[in-house]
Design a protein. Structure first.
Length: 513
């Protein structure tokens, strides 16, 4: 039997990044993926019932993958191409108005001035503080180990910015924004990502950090600038696969790992659901911590207090996706004349998000969810038949753990789709007339498709106490077993840092490169 240096469970982006870096360091690496296609939640797939209409069924856009990682893995030579939309997004408002965010900063400031001249003047200072926060924090997140909150407070005090620790790590997004901006529309624009994939409302402490986390990495070199990958997020997966294979990584799809093998308390390899077994000096799981520790490994092999901490991680996904094939794109009220945006956002302000969260916190679907509406086919016509388009809504809140009155997600899925369309129709009245096929992916569907416990995109909320040294580590209590996914420190997004950190830890332990 072949002895690999490393076996990686799951071909999501972190797993592939880990594989590529390990192989580059001289390791013999095998990646095992349960699905027929690699990429994890970074995939491009046809909409159910709509041949030729392709959509990013998991992650929809990119903004965190560090530019140095793109260069080191030479992704461009393997087909990776990044596309910037302009406008960045149209934030539609009640009454038919909209706040349009452009790539040109002056143009965006002029737009914000329509809602509040004071807010337009305050924007630059806020963005400078966001950049300062990331510049202080980000280098620490790439180091071995994980800092405590006390360590980070000392770090910010030493940098002369304790105010950034207080407001960006411990504070809520509502407090952060209301102390600086007066317009709900501007607050909605700046705070949109603070509750993405998170079981929290805008007043929940720690949500300011979730917003700031989305600024890390800076794919284009400009923090907060997001865009699309040509061909959908599967284009990124294809480039990562190409890079990994160029360094000799072996990738097997339709190879579901059923169990992590241990001997004398050390991880030695894996058993597949098919009955095959593989051995390695290191096993690296790209699965979430619950699936890894409580499922593939088994709680019985762990200390009870550790298993209890893993079980307590909140992995209840709060979001769903509605994927649509459309004969043409609908007109959104308030969008600039003559321009079809690639992205529209429904998030009029913190009160709107708070009302949506109030329902979800009690187990109910938000009657008026906040959402991003992605129409990537505007930039990339290859995603749909000629003259047609795709449209996908990423909407919150739709709790994984629904109130029993719904009868479970199998019964509630269609109702959730109608709630999303009703909300979109308030701003795009013709939406139903242009849809030719629709697929609703509930948190349960996301769990089943992507093997994410609870359908949680971050493998667990990124709120205290599940941050920094409170988040599962790259290394594990089981020698030879490592984690490289979004559920580990320093957290989620299509960022790649957990994958690279895992590669570095394994390379050190194995004495590679």
């Amino acid at each position: 039997m072949t002895l690999y240096d490393a076996i990686i469970v799951g071909a999501g982006h972190n797993g592939m990044i880990c594989a590529a870096y390990l192989a580059r360091a001289g390791a013999r690496v095998l990646v095992l993926e349960r699905r027929a296609i690699p990429g994890g939640a970074c995939v491009t797939e046809e909409i159910a019932g709509a041949p030729g209409y392709r959509i990013s069924t998991g992650a929809a856009q990119l903004g965190n993958l560090p530019p140095e990682m793109i260069r080191e893995l030479d992704l461009a030579s393997h087909g990776y191409e990044f596309m910037l939309p302009d406008p960045i997004s149209v934030f539609v408002q009640p009454g038919g108005d909209a706040l349009t965010i452009w790539q040109d900063r002056a143009r965006t400031q002029a737009e914000i001035s329509r809602f509040s001249p004071r807010d337009a003047a305050a924007l630059a200072g806020f963005q400078q503080d966001c950049a300062a926060f990331c510049d202080i924090l980000e280098p620490v997140l790439s180091e071995a180990g994980a800092p405590s909150l006390a360590d980070l407070r000392d770090l910010f005090v030493g940098a002369g910015r304790p105010d950034l620790f207080d407001s960006f790590i411990e504070g809520s997004i509502r407090d952060l924004l209301e102390s600086r901006f007066e317009s709900p529309a501007v607050q909605g624009f700046l705070g949109l990502t603070a509750t993405f994939g998170t079981n929290a409302g805008p007043s929940t402490p720690g949500t300011a950090y979730v917003m700031a986390h989305h600024l890390l990495g800076a794919t284009t070199g400009k923090r907060g600038q997001t865009g699309y990958v040509r061909g959908g997020m599967g284009g990124l997966a294809d480039a990562l696969v190409g890079a990994a294979k160029a360094w000799g990584v072996e990738i097997r799809t339709e190879a579901e790992v059923a169990r992590i093998i241990t001997s004398d308390g050390v991880a030695r390899g894996v058993d597949l659901a098919s009955g095959e077994s593989f051995q390695a000096r290191a096993v690296i799981s790209n699965a979430d911590p619950k699936r890894t520790y409580l499922g593939l490994l088994g709680a019985g092999r762990l200390a009870p207090d550790f298993a209890g901490r893993v079980a307590a991680i909140n992995t209840s996904g709060p979001a769903l996706k509605v994927n649509c094939a459309v004969s043409r794109l609908p007109r959104f009220l308030g969008a600039p004349e003559g321009i079809t945006p690639a992205r529209v956002t429904i998030c009029p302000g913190p009160d709107y998000v708070a009302a949506a969260w109030s329902a979800a916190a009690r187990g109910f679907m938000s009657p008026r969810p906040f959402m991003t509406v992605h129409m990537q086919s505007v930039l990339d016509p290859s995603l749909a038949p000629d003259g047609h388009h795709t449209l996908t809504c990423y909407a919150q809140y739709f709790p994984y753990d629904l109130d029993p009155s719904y009868g479970g997600w199998e019964n509630a899925r269609a109702q959730a789709g109608e709630i999303v369309l009703d909300t979109v129709a308030e701003h795009a009245p013709e939406i139903r007339a242009v849809i030719t096929a629709m697929e609703v992916m509930s948190p349960l569907d996301l769990e089943h498709r992507f093997a994410m416990t609870g359908g949680h995109q971050f493998h667990g909320d990124m709120l205290p106490p599940n941050l920094f040294d409170g988040r599962p580590a790259t290394t594990s209590p089981i020698p030879g077993l490592y984690l490289c996914g979004a559920g580990t420190h320093p957290g989620g997004c299509v960022w790649g840092v957990p994958g690279k950190r895992a590669a570095e830890a394994v390379a050190r332990d194995l004495g590679l490169g």
